[in-house]
Design a protein around this ligand. Structure first.
Ligand code: NAD
Length: 297
């Protein structure tokens, strides 16, 4: 019987536990604050930002938002960042990607105060993570680790194949899983668009994490019996629905489920975890900046 790992349930437990930590901060006179910055009016980004604000309200994190005109010069965004770095009510903030083409996202990330970098993308935080001393684990890889932990899937000594080498998912997850740590200690293979014989790499894995952004790239024929499958992908494909599309993962769910011992669905798997771990990082950031010890889940 294949276990369907319920990301909504795990994320809900994490939010409940964060509520306790937020009360500890409140008792000490502090309320965590998260800001979102959106440059331009990309509808998908707008939806993500709205969801993040709603998540904050639900757990008692104060949410702030700044819109920056999509045609404004980069300096306008940089000024916003400088202001947020100075704002004591904002413990963490994210600049929603993608930014318009005339703005270099790396330049944006470098300007974020690393102590407020709740995405965990600033080079200082990336370096700390690689060195095994992470301050903020990036939300999606951290969410994947929490999902594995919740399903009692030990990573120690396991072969993990990660499909995708992006800076926000594949690379940080690989770095986390190879660490000499309880939720690491795996042997990790990172595949990408130039990988020769992807199926051989997924077939040799105990755990496959799909983060390629290619709809249903991985199907059951590419998996051995008993593999754990974590599907990070979220892809819009045309469909005969009211919206004209549906969301599918990077894994062909039915054929993969027939082989897997455990699998995450899309939606309802990794997505809710990414959102919960942003709240986690915000509470952590507030504790660090206010000098208050908080118990994190
Ligand atoms: P990205 O486009 O930055 O990176 C994709 C990676 O996949 C690249 O490293 C590329 O080399 C690799 N790749 C592409 N085609 C491949 C192929 N045929 N075989 C092997 N590797 C291939 O994407 P990303 O930002 O890491 O996102 C990946 C997917 O995860 C997307 O669908 C995205 O929407 C989704 N995502 C979901 C969440 C969530 O919370 N659920 C969070 C982040 C990203």
């Amino acid at each position: 019987m294949t276990e369907i790992i319920d990301g909504n349930a795990v994320a809900s437990d994490i939010r409940d536990e964060l509520t306790d930590a937020i009360e500890t901060l409140a008792d000490a006179g502090s309320r965590p604050g998260l800001a979102t910055v959106l440059m331009g009016d990309d509808p998908a980004s707008q939806t993500y930002v709205n969801m993040k604000q709603r998540d904050c309200e639900e757990v008692g994190i104060e949410s702030h938002h700044v819109d920056v005109d999509g045609d404004a010069p980069p300096e306008k965004l940089f000024d916003t960042i400088a202001n947020l770095n100075e704002n004591d009510d904002v413990h963490g903030y994210i600049v929603q990607a993608p930014v318009p083409d005339h703005v270099d996202y790396r330049d944006v990330i470098r300007r974020v105060d690393p102590i407020k970098d709740v995405d965990g993308f600033h080079p200082e935080n990336v370096g700390r993570l690689v060195a095994g001393d992470a301050r903020f684990r990036p939300c999606t890889p951290h969410g994947v680790q929490k999902l594995l932990e919740s399903a009692e899937i030990d990573t120690e000594g396991k072969d993990v194949t990660i499909v995708g080498r992006s800076d926000i998912v594949g690379k940080p997850l690989a770095n986390l899983l190879i660490q000499k740590a309880e939720d690491g200690n795996a042997t990790v293979t990172v595949c990408h668009s130039r990988t020769d014989d992807l199926a051989a790499k997924t077939r040799s894995a105990d755990i496959v994490v799909a983060a390629a952004g290619v709809p249903e790239l991985i199907d059951g024929s590419m998996l051995e019996d008993g593999t754990v499958v974590i599907d990070v992908g979220v892809n819009r494909v045309d469909a005969d629905t009211d919206k004209g599309y549906e969301l599918v993962g990077d894994v062909e769910f039915e054929s993969a489920k027939a082989k897997a011992s455990a699998i995450t669905p899309v939606p309802g798997g990794v997505g809710p975890m990414t959102r919960a771990m942003l709240l986690y990082n915000t509470v952590k950031a507030a504790g660090l900046q206010e000098g208050i010890d908080v118990d994190l889940p």
